[in-house]
Design a protein around this ligand. Structure first.
Ligand SMILES: CSCCC(=O)C(=O)COP(=O)(O)O
Ligand SMILES: [Zn+2]
Length: 204
């Protein structure tokens, strides 16, 4: 199987799994996987990402422009994926909108970050110390995508990470598709935990 097909299938399986979790409400979300130093596959814009079709992804260059002739449009948020691949050696970047990540982004948006400590699942981010703190930055949801991508890019400092976009969603990236999905699941677990706890206990 060609490298292109392998990467296509890997992203398709990740998309299927996130769809089962219902993380693509209202056509939201976009996913990408690196093919080589200059190209990555990204989801086509505006599609129902719960469906599997032969037109789910297209190949784009480092600037997010289609690398082949196609009628498909790359995700409107492709520039954020470009930032990940430009600044890191990451192999996969995932963006989803969930109720929990939106609620957390609003509750902690003014603080500019949400912190998690004494939570087992921060180990997904390789935080093994008993008192380690995972900080997930929260940025403004600029309507101008180049501006949003620039703000997002300021928080990329490793081959894996996560950034919340206020009242919009989360983007995570990792060295592999497996790692990116693991981080996304860990983040969503932590967000749901926090929202549930706040609901039960009240207060921030
Ligand atoms: C209706 S979702 C609004 C756009 C968005 O935030 C998103 O994640 C999906 O955009 P895309 O162009 O990747 O389909
Ligand atoms: Zn989005």
């Amino acid at each position: 199987m060609s490298e292109f097909n392998k990467k296509w299938n890997e992203l398709a399986y990740i998309k299927d799994e996130l769809a089962v979790r219902d993380w693509f409400m209202g056509t939201s979300g976009n996913l990408s996987i690196r093919l080589n130093d200059n190209h990555f596959l990204v989801t086509a814009s505006g599609k129902d990402k719960r469906k599997r079709t032969s037109e789910d992804f297209l190949l784009v260059d480092q600037e997010g422009k289609p690398a082949e002739t196609t009628f498909l449009k790359p995700s409107a948020e492709t520039l954020l994926h470009c930032e990940v691949y430009r600044q890191t050696e990451a192999g996969c970047s995932l963006h989803v909108h969930t109720i929990a990540n939106n609620v957390i982004s609003e509750l902690y948006g003014d603080a500019g970050e949400i912190r998690f400590q004494h939570q087992e699942l921060i180990k997904a981010f390789d935080m093994w110390g008993e008192d380690d703190i995972l900080s997930i930055p929260i940025i403004k949801n600029f309507a101008d995508i180049p501006k949003l991508a620039a703000a997002f890019g300021e928080h990329i400092n490793s081959d894996k990470g996560a950034v919340l976009i206020r009242n919009h969603g989360i983007t995570v990236w990792g060295r592999t598709g497996f790692e990116a999905k693991k981080l996304l699941e860990a983040c969503e677990f932590l967000f749901q935990y926090k929202v549930t706890l706040l609901t039960i206990k009240g207060g921030l």
